[in-house]
Ligand binder design. Sequence first.
Ligand SMILES: [Zn+2]
Ligand SMILES: [Zn+2]
Length: 345
Amino acid sequence: MTQVTDHGGGVRSIRVPIPDNPLGTTLVHLVDTDLGPVLIDTGWDDPASWDALAAGLNACGVSVAEVHGVVITHHHPDHHGLSGKVREASGAWIAMHALDTAIVRRTRENRPDRWFSYMADKLASSGAPEEHVALLRAARTARLSTGLPAFTPALPDREIVPGELLDLAGRRLRAIWTPGHTPGHVCLHLEETHPAALPGNGRLFSGDHLLPRITPHIGLYEDPDDATVADPLGDYLDALERVGRLNPAEVLPAHQHAFTDAPGRVRELLAHHEDRLTGLLALLSTPLTSWQLAERMEWNRPWDQIPFTSRNIAVSEAEAHVRRLVKLGRAEAVTGSDPVTYVAL
Ligand SMILES: [Zn+2]
Ligand SMILES: [Zn+2]
């Protein structure tokens, strides 16, 4: 099975496996520049993934040692996992948006007990049943007793500044800030004529923001140090509209496959989220906690078959949707409720 696709015009993609994950692979893109190849994302930090990346680079006629730079769409480990190893092997710089760099810094510095306590409190206030919160506290105890070294993703050396061209010799690659999936997610717009002259404006490396057949997870920007009431779903929908207006000739996402008609895909996603918000409003005709809402929402399987960690993700997604409805003035928190319940207006 071929792991490398040549997209023309000095752009190739390498399929890098994600172990034990239904997404299967990350598409790492290789962009030729006058100073050497630059990677967009690197893949999961796992020996098999590293071998696949190195083999893919070799198939492109370059070695890991020749990589000049690494541009990261967002901090998630299926995108940023191997960045540190690539930098070690090549001396390449790593670039990331400041808000995701802040998360990397926090991950490196934070004690895991702080994170577990924060999440346990947060789930309890979302209305999670005690037996669920207890599982999290048990995981915390297990984690603390293993004495495993802290998870240390690589600290980037360059900042990706929204709206600016990246410093790439001989290429025009502009950073488009697309928060929502993470606070510092960026898409990268290659402002060059499409190699097959497809109609539209250049090509867009879309990370997880715009994918052909799945919707990215939109939860809350969980930050134990920041009490700002963010609206990630609102951020995401705004950024989708902006990306649709760019009208790229082709989208090169970080999962699945390349595709055309970005504005059409944006319209589908906007309609999907509008349907979802409307469905939630109907559920909120009676007051519900975020947990109760998550239990009643539609997922890819029945609630009682959703495993523990996925339930946490589902609740954060329910909360992101409630947050949007509250911001739109279509729902509100019931005064005095504890855990807080929400009701449609
Ligand atoms: Zn992601
Ligand atoms: Zn991803």
